[in-house]
Design a protein around this ligand. Structure first.
Ligand code: GUN
Ligand code: ZN
Length: 431
């Protein structure tokens, strides 16, 4: 009868948003903490001594000084780009044409789609990512493959069929009507099935005609419970192109706004080069933005103003943007976010970085009632960090005088070796 497990360790506990409040008022670590879970949910979070006494029958897993975090949430990723990550020498438009589109064409083959979905999800879990919001390709089978493989692993995921009806190879183009029809039938089949969530997914304004954006805006109006994800203002050459393709639009955001594609449950990746009007509209409408720092430096896009956007109370998530991003690791992504903020004159605190990778990303995806926080009632999706996973990290963290000084070397230098364990909906991945 007793399926309760008590996890002991240092617990990362966020009570509020450390991007808008002083981080010390919002986040704390309990050095002798405990998380009581069952085979789905977190039941209690508290001190090890109290929870041991109150739940003597629970199975105990003692992680010592490891840090028990909510599972990492990658708010923007392209799982079909797994096998072409780290492709050399191009910026956005050439990178799409040279590397991305040829790889995405391979997803016409259901067996390839299934193999890459499985490979990607296993790599994500190896790196402590338990939930992600992924683009698929234009092929409906690529969405099916992803949701099926995620369900086989018990994971809560968001995904959608990428829609493109111009400026891409013919084999990668749908139409306004087929994008609407295919997206509709996929979302009707998958949204809310188990732990699957659907995101209506126009790739970005340059690869959609206004007619396609109208159709997807209409679909979203019929299904406002779904997310709508796309790209915004990633590179200056892209913004110039958008200006030429949409001469009536006031700015890049307006290409979406004019077609009913901003607002609550809209999630825009990158959002680096924003005009003041765009920032105002994003803030007014509750639209979420996702920071993709390894991608933004790898493809040469620019430095997102994370601190300035957070100060406007815009929901912000953090993401790898694999394979424009150069890593599967949210630790590496936190490190890149730190470095980019430094280049803009701000030092993001480790509490803020982990919050962005967990509760912040969950909020940006409207999953914050389910996950991203260690508290009773949340999904038991957990990532356990070894704060001394390599000799280089250990020799630094052993000198630490505070918990945050002990955590920061793992953020800056950690990789999949720092992931001591992962729990998905109360099930241990490695036993
Ligand atoms: N803009 C449109 N498509 C993509 C993509 O696949 N990756 C990135 N980084 N930007 C995009
Ligand atoms: Zn992207």
């Amino acid at each position: 009868m007793n399926n309760q497990t008590l996890l002991l360790g240092q617990t990362f506990e966020a009570h509020a948003n450390p991007m808008t409040l002083p981080w010390g008022d919002a986040v704390s670590v309990n050095a002798t903490g405990a998380v009581l879970i069952d085979d789905r949910k977190i039941l209690r979070v508290g001190s090890a001594a109290a929870l041991r006494e109150e739940h003597p029958a629970a199975r105990v897993v003692d992680y010592g000084t490891h840090l028990i975090c909510p599972g990492f949430v990658d708010a923007h990723v392209h799982y079909p780009q797994t096998a072409m990550i780290a492709s050399w020498g191009k910026q956005l438009i050439d990178w799409l044409n040279s590397y991305t589109f040829p790889e995405e064409m391979r997803f016409e083959d259901p067996a390839y789609a299934r193999a890459i979905a499985a490979r990607y999800l296993d790599l994500a879990l190896d790196h402590g990512t338990t939930t992600m919001c992924s683009y698929a390709t234009i092929h409906p089978i690529s969405v099916e493959a992803f949701f099926e493989q995620a369900a086989a692993r018990g994971m809560r995921v968001v995904a959608g069929k990428t829609c493109m009806d111009r400026n891409a190879p013919a084999d990668l183009c749908d139409t306004a009507q087929s994008a609407y029809d295919d997206s509709k039938s996929l979302l009707e089949r998958w949204h809310g099935k188990g732990r699957a969530h659907y995101a209506i997914t126009p790739r970005f304004s340059p690869t959609s005609t206004p007619e396609q954006l109208v159709a997807l805006g209409a679909l979203w109006a019929e299904h406002p419970e779904c997310l709508m994800q796309t790209h915004l203002s990633e590179q200056l050459t892209e913004i110039d192109w958008v200006r030429r393709l949409y001469p009536q639009a006031r700015d890049y955001l307006d290409t979406y706004e004019a077609h009913g594609l901003i607002g609550e449950r809209a999630v825009f990746g990158h959002a680096i080069h924003l005009e003041p009007r765009e920032i105002d509209r994003i803030a007014e409408t509750g639209t979420a933005l996702v920071h993709c720092p390894t991608s933004n430096s790898f493809i040469g896009s620019g430095l997102m103003d994370v601190a300035g956007l957070a100060a406007r109370h815009i929901p912000l998530g953090l993401a790898t943007d694999t394979g424009g991003g150069s890593s599967f690791s949210m630790l590496r992504t936190m490190a890149a976010a730190y470095e980019i903020a430094q280049l803009r004159g701000t030092a993001l605190h480790p509490a803020q970085l982990i919050w962005l990778a967990t509760a912040g990303s969950a909020r940006s995806l409207h999953l914050h009632d389910h996950l991203g926080t260690l508290a009773a009632g949340y999904d038991a999706d957990l990532t356990i960090l070894d704060l001394a996973s390599t000799p280089a990290i250990a020799q630094r963290s052993h000198e630490a005088e505070t918990i945050w000084e002990a955590v920061f070397p793992t953020i800056m230098m950690g990789d999949d070796r720092a992931i001591a364990d992962v729990w998905i909906a109360g099930n241990r991945r490695r036993s």
